[in-house]
Design a protein around this ligand. Structure first.
Ligand code: IVH
Length: 700
């Protein structure tokens, strides 16, 4: 196809000299990428790069209208119907949304100004009511229900004709197959199929371990899963769904519902069983749209799924009808983007890092690049096989992805930009930190340092993990301090931490008396902990936070866990043979038991419970929102307590919120709670509630 084209390393030819040639080159390149993206589900360039070339083509065509042809990528919405999936003509076309590329305030203001102008409003008229929603980064789906049953699911395709994927969509648990009585006889629900980041990471991790194909990002993993011919494969790919609109619906008068606003329609969809994003909210005028853009932007990393922007929609359906459409875009909606989460940059070197379990991870040192809202200079390459599969070499231009607070990773190489011969990356034979042998076990994708706790890197990582916020929460024990403590041989094992004295701390570089005392105080404070935190902090392979919680709940005491047989361990929720065996082996090692005993002897303690005794689920079904700083409990500790009592802890306040627990400097969430009449508690009130409930439960 276009193998010889190289738009990246070579500057654009002088466009004005031969626009026809340049236009042809741009079209070929865009078609090639589009094929890889839409048909093969294997993108080779980041969206931002595609957009840049697309815009260059648009600009050239605008300057030379005589060169525009109907087959130009600018003249159609690309989307291919795959062989094997049946085409579906949409009863109501699936539109696209105009994208506002302007920054922060101006994007929302430009849209609001345009809407007001088109409606003939003046400055004297009141503000327009909008609905602001996240722009989910997945793929659009139309779900057709007849007499309350899902009869057809179709992709967007080119907007007019999509692909039938009903067999695959049925595997998505979030999508209802039947609807409650009384829904309109014909109903098409439109929304986004997507993959949550945690599900995507787990899927890729699984694929990586099994040597299978990994996916570039959640959207591509989702698109690939939806368009499988075999729904058994789809069923193994965890997909999710958010509803955001309607297609065809039984007309009003024929038993069709009368919605006055978009928001009301979404709430109704929710009541019929469709997931609607919690972030969706009403916004009055441009100012509140700007606030929404900022607020969602600030919490973007904390969302469990990828978004690439927000969408603003005029709320009144009458005003939507008045505004109408412009070719394939409604005049009543606009998308407002955030910085891209995938960008291209150059690999300057490839180093390796040694992790807590000895895993050796190759890391790409990058020319600094702004991606996902931060400047990134390092990205993981996972393991040797991933490097080989992706074909990454020093000097290559690669695509870097950073989404959420996940470690940035290299997801692919940009085609054809290597000029000379560059040797392939090789794994070191000896650990760069301790010199021990590096090995790879049969059937494993990862290389490991065999040094164990002899290896300073593993020791450092083990200590940092123990001290982490979600483990023992030792404030102030960060990587700089741990580096010094391990390098100076002050700390060799975890129990050494609690033997630290003022003298040895002050002897360290840049450690003043005050900060040394703070570290000691933090260590002292960390001794009062919980069993799940302690277990998690030990850093056993395969024992994450969730497993640690399950183990603690099931066995109640540490001794019971340490003495459990493999069979007994297998009784625990989510503990399989690999985890059970690895736990059993760990606690059979005398030196590991010794570490535990020494930690206990130095005063580390936690409340122990009876086996499988759960806190009374007095808050089951309740949703609680935490805001502000509580006087004694950390945010995590409060969350743990609430969750142990069965509550769901949510991030934003709505009418459905049962309680808001507010501390000092509580802001908009508190105001919202007061506005909606949601009960507000302080820390003491929350503890009293938990205790009163527990007492009542105990008595009854
Ligand atoms: S509304 C009339 N709302 O963005 C507008 N679309 O170009 C119809 N998308 O592929 C779409 N989040 O799948 C709408 N909250 C949201 C959305 C959303 C993501 C996607 C949609 C489509 C594209 C529109």
């Amino acid at each position: 196809m276009t193998e010889n084209l190289d738009l990246f390393s070579a500057p654009a030819p002088v466009a004005s000299a031969q626009p026809a040639i340049r236009i042809k080159a741009l079209r070929d390149q865009l078609n090639h990428w589009a094929h890889q993206y839409y048909v093969l589900d294997e993108p080779t360039v980041p969206d931002a790069e595609y957009d840049r070339v697309f815009r260059e083509l648009q600009a050239l065509e605008a300057a030379h209208p005589d060169l525009v042809t109907p087959d130009s990528p600018t003249q159609r919405v690309i989307g291919a119907v795959m062989e094997g999936l049946a085409p579906v003509r949409h009863a109501v076309p699936m539109l696209s949304i105009h994208t506002e590329t302007d920054t922060e305030a101006t994007g929302a203001q430009a849209f609001d100004a345009r809407v007001r102008r088109e409606l003939g409003l003046t400055d004297a008229d009141p503000a327009i009511e909008y609905v602001a929603e996240p722009k989910f980064d997945g793929l659009a789906m139309s779900l057709r229900y007849e007499n309350g049953r899902l009869v057809q699911a179709a992709t967007r395709g080119d907007g007019e004709v999509g692909e039938e994927v009903t067999h695959n969509i049925r595997t998505i648990r979030q999508i209802p197959l039947t609807l409650p009585e009384g829904v309109p006889p014909l109903l098409e629900v439109r929304g986004e199929v997507y993959m949550r980041r945690a599900d995507f990471d787990a899927l890729n991790e699984r694929q990586r371990e099994q040597g299978g194909k990994t996916f570039v990002n959640p959207r591509n993993a989702a698109a690939g899963a939806v368009r499988q011919l075999d729904s058994n494969i789809t069923a193994q790919r965890p997909l999710s769904f958010f509803a955001y609109g309607l297609g065809a619906i039984t007309p009003t008068g024929d038993g069709g519902p009368v919605f006055r606003t978009h928001y009301e329609m979404l709430q109704t969809l929710k009541s019929w069983g469709f997931p609607v994003a919690a972030q969706v909210q009403i916004a009055l005028g441009a100012a509140e749209l700007v606030a929404f853009h900022q607020q969602v932007g600030a919490s973007r990393d904390a969302l469990p799924y990828d978004i690439d922007g927000v969408v603003y929609k005029v709320n009144s359906l009458q005003l939507q009808r008045d505004l109408g459409f412009k070719t394939r875009e409604p005049r009543w909606a606009v998308a407002h983007k955030y910085p891209a989460q995938e960008m291209a940059t150059k690999v300057e070197a490839i180093d390796v890092q040694v992790g807590r379990t000895g895993k050796i991870t190759p890391v790409a040192r990058l020319a600094p690049v702004f991606v996902g809202g931060v400047t990134v200079t390092n990205a993981t390459l996972h393991n040797l096989f991933e490097i080989r599969k992706k074909g990454v070499r020093v000097g290559d231009t690669v695509i870097v992805r950073r989404a959420g607070d996940v470690i940035p990773e290299v997801v692919g190489v940009m085609p054809g930009n290597r000029t000379g011969y560059v040797p392939n990356f090789q794994m070191p034979k000896a650990c760069p930190v301790c010199g021990s042998d590096v090995v790879r076990e049969k059937g494993e994708a990862n290389h490991r340092c065999t040094g164990g706790l002899f290896c300073a890197a593993q020791r450092k990582e083990a200590i940092l993990h123990f001290a982490a916020r979600r483990a023992m929460d030792i404030e102030g024990l960060g990587d700089k301090l741990v580096d010094q403590l391990v390098d100076a041989n002050v700390i060799r094992t975890l129990p050494d931490l609690y033997r630290l004295g003022l003298t040895s701390l002050i002897a360290l570089e840049r450690m003043a008396d005050k900060s040394a005392r703070n570290v000691l105080a933090a260590l002292e404070k960390s001794k009062q902990t919980t069993l799940p935190r302690f277990l998690f902090g030990l850093g056993l392979r395969h024992v994450g936070e969730a497993t640690a919680k399950d183990l603690a709940r099931h066995f109640g005491t540490l001794d019971a866990i340490m003495d459990a047989s493999v069979e007994q361990l297998l009784q625990v929720n989510d503990v399989g043979p690999v985890v059970a065996q690895s736990l059993h082996t760990f606690f059979q090692q005398p030196h590991n038991r010794e570490v535990v005993e020494q930690l206990r002897a130095s005063g580390v303690t936690w409340p122990e419970g009876a086996p499988a005794e759960r806190a009374p689920q007095i808050l089951a079904g309740k949703t609680v929102v935490l805001t502000g700083t509580l006087p004694t409990l950390s945010r995590d500790a409060a969350k743990d307590l609430l969750e142990a009592a069965g509550a769901k802890v949510a991030g934003s306040v709505s009418k459905k919120t049962s309680y808001v627990v507010a501390g000092e400097e509580a802001g908009s969430k508190l105001a919202k709670a007061q506005e909606l009449g949601v009960p507000v508690l302080d820390e003491a009130g929350m503890l009293a509630l938990l205790q009163a409930g527990a007492a009542a439960e105990g008595a009854g």
